[in-house]
Write a protein that binds this ligand. Structure first.
Ligand code: DLL
Length: 431
């Protein structure tokens, strides 16, 4: 079901709305954000220079680092009295990236998420089991509010506790699952332990999966394991959270909610805009956000766009499922982790050196993270108590700062292989 008629509007009409809103957001940031005012002034541009959608290319990019440099609220363009929600995601080092929403921003978020859920016809008869993490992560609450507004029954299960989740799914008759794809597969694996005909105990008909990269094979595996329709949701906190785009299951790719988020694809090396269909880094400008409007945000996600008509009737441009990252960000069970953040934590932990290696692997269907760290010269490898303390400190610091559970392996000095060139800090065995 198409939730809002704008989703199937003529291209000229969509572009008319986009241009009007682009002019508004540019005027807004120029007037209210010292950060953007300075950036525009340096480039010698003013809002009057935006006369067409192509003129967006004159505007400066925004990077995650800019949000971090302006931590926590420096890029907000409303007083805190108008902010009704704050979320955050991990930054590149130390401090997280903070995002804020006004009442109107929350309405936009609910609207785009309701459009996504409508791709799978979620309605008041559905029971939606929400296994995305609740809290600062945008996944849990993003799905929660939209499902509730649609009138479905929402079960705020949050992450973890697999057996309990399965019991709730069975007993409450969940028809829709919200989860990361890897957790959905993990749930299926556990459920299968009850026997090959385990599906008879469940009423699932579809699921909305996202927050981490997937291959076509994995998406198929999740759909087959549960025998459900698979909808993919893409999004990021800096732009709104989940709901930037969603697959419709009638054609390839994910429809971008273009009347709120203006997409471009650039060459990540040169910043040059690439034509439709070419692979590059996705850049998004928020067209309607009030608390935290963002101009040309570099998502770091590699994809491509296509405007061909879709069998579902929607005319919104489609993006390919994310193909990779332009930077070295790892996603561990849906949590974004930058190697530089891990390094920051190691640097602030007593008894270890900065000779380390991050190993990402799979345990069953879930991701696992192992960090090998060389202890400092003054630590005796037979001092078990000292080693245990270092391990615990590091594990706790990673959990507190980055929300990740890592297995720490302490090794003797000079045992991690030295490379001749760039240190091999990351070994991703999942690929
Ligand atoms: O992951 C929002 C979200 C929650 C999306 C639940 C979908 C479902 P962040 O924590 O800010 O927000 O992480 C954003 O996650 O730049 C991508 O690299 C990655 N990501 C999100 N969705 C997908 C997807 C949420 N469908 C970062 N496929 C983004 C691949 C995804 N990667």
């Amino acid at each position: 079901m198409i939730w809002n008629k704008i989703e199937s509007a003529k291209r000229e009409d969509i572009e008319k709305v986009q241009l009007k809103r682009l002019k508004e957001v540019v005027t807004r940031v120029y007037a209210l954000s010292p950060f953007y005012k300075q950036k525009f002034d340096e480039l010698g541009i003013t809002p009057d220079d935006i006369k067409s959608l192509e003129d967006i290319q004159k505007l400066p990019f925004t990077k995650k680092q800019d949000l971090r440099d302006n931590y926590p609220f420096g890029l907000f363009t409303v007083p805190m009295s108008e902010v009704v929600r704050i979320h955050s995601s991990s930054g590149t080092t130390g401090k997280p990236t903070v995002v804020g929403y006004t009442e109107h921003d929350m309405e936009v978020w609910d609207e785009v998420m309701m459009r996504c859920l409508s791709m799978g016809d979620v309605n008041s008869k559905d029971v939606c089991h929400n296994a995305y993490g609740y809290g600062l992560f945008t996944g849990g609450l993003g799905f929660h509010e939209a499902a509730q507004k649609i009138g479905a029954a929402i079960v705020p299960a949050s992450g973890g506790f697999t057996d309990r989740q399965l019991m709730l799914m069975r007993d409450f008759g969940a028809t829709v699952l919200f989860a990361t794809p890897s957790f959905a597969l993990h749930l299926a694996e556990k459920a299968r332990a009850a026997g090959p005909d385990f599906r008879k105990d469940y009423k699932l008909r579809c699921g909305f999966f996202g927050a981490e990269p997937t291959s076509e094979g994995l998406r198929k595996e999740v759909a087959e394991a549960w025998d459900i329709d698979y909808y993919e949701v893409y999004g990021l906190s800096e732009i709104i959270g989940p709901g930037v785009s969603c697959s419709c299951n009638k054609g390839r790719g994910l429809h971008i909610q273009e009347d709120h988020f203006y997409p471009e694809i650039i060459d990540p090396k040169t910043g040059e805009v690439l034509p439709d269909g070419e692979e590059g880094e996705l850049v998004i400008t928020t067209l309607t956000k009030q608390a935290l409007p963002i101009i040309r945000y570099r998502t770091g996600d590699i994809t491509r766009l296509y405007k061909e008509p879709c069998a579902c009737g929607r005319t919104f441009v489609r993006m390919e499922s994310v193909l990779g990252r332009a930077d070295d960000m790892l996603i561990i069970n849906g949590v974004n982790v930058y190697p530089s953040q891990v390094e920051h934590v190691i640097a602030n932990t007593e008894g270890v050196t900065l000779n380390y290696q991050i190993v990402a692997d799979k345990k069953g269907h879930l991701d696992k993270l192992e960090i090998l760290v060389e202890v400092s010269d003054d630590i005796m490898m037979d001092n078990i108590a000292a080693l245990e303390k270092i391990k615990k400190d590091l594990q706790q610091a990673l959990l507190n700062n980055l929300y990740i559970n890592a297995n720490i392996i302490l090794v003797e000095p000079k045992t991690i292989e030295r490379s001749m060139g760039k240190a091999v800090r990351i070994v991703d065995k999942r690929k």
